[in-house]
Design a protein around this ligand. Sequence first.
Ligand SMILES: [Fe+2]
Length: 381
Amino acid sequence: MVDISILHFLEDLISIIPGTSFQVNNLSLHVEHAMLGAERDRYFYKTVKMLIGDVLGLVSGDSLAVLYDSRTPVEAVRVYSAVATELGAEVALIELPRPPAGETSHIIQPKPAIAAVKVATAAISSWVTYTAPLAEAVENGVHLLSIPPGPDVPDMLIRTVGQVNMEKMDKENARIVELWENGKEITITSDLGTDLRADISGVKQHHSPQIPPPRPKKGEKWMEFVPWGQAGGSCNRVEGTLVVNGIIGARSIGIFGLPSGPITMEIKNNRIAKVRGDSRIWPLLSTYLDSKNDPNVYGFPAHGPSVGLNPNAYIGGPAEWERVRGNITFGVGDNSVLARYSGGEIFGPRISAKIHWDLQILGANLYLDGKAIVENGQIKI
Ligand SMILES: [Fe+2]
């Protein structure tokens, strides 16, 4: 039986110090989980103000187009609108039909939505972001912020953006980028059998060198995915054995999640070759990939390896799973749109394919010219 005075104490603590962790009788509680109603709204508002005011940098006379669908609560989208309006910007909230499951990889925005994005100073995409028309808008100077769609977006943004130690991630990221851009080789190993070598000589990083990224200047090419907290991401080529024990697949096609067991892949000649293991995701995913009759859907890597830095990111949530602290992520298949977003500064093979998907290694080791960056899934920098 829990003493009622403890509950009152917890209640007080929860209302005073959101974002703190504490230990009670072996139960680790994280205060933000208890945020409800007005309190959560306040933290969400603060987070959105940081995103739209400080990072995207909207000012009076600017304009913002927000693309979203019914997966994201309209109340959340209205906060984007309220903040932008307060800053003196014109706003259009554009609700699109939900993309049909299994078809979203190459689906593009309806024409009126594209037209709105083209004339705006900035756009928030909470729909399908990996599309050529949005990449073209970015190339023409529209600042694009991609916020994943979903019912838990306010909680995810509060956790991974609003209440995270951004300075710490920024320092770690800067150090990793410096080592990476001056390094020659990365090795990745794991107890499950991962044994990869990646050539990184001469690569530049296409992820932002700063967390959060600097405010864009007018007309400057600027595109960001939130949440932040993913270091590295580029190599010339990678070979060896890769064992996936984290997320695999593409949310956009509805085949996405944790495998039933480790999936072992051989990486050779910029391709995923032999694959074995897992009875849950891989049978569905490989059937889907093979149905595309496009060998480039196994092209590797589309991006990566990257190292997750965000201590508040969860495994499973859209986009945030790639930022989970200590995880290693690779992209597979198409990187043609990514190349446009990153200004052509993409390393590794250029791949045009009918789908882009991703995979994750958890609890592994990543060494950069012998220096430990990740060991047993823990950041060592
Ligand atoms: Fe990816």
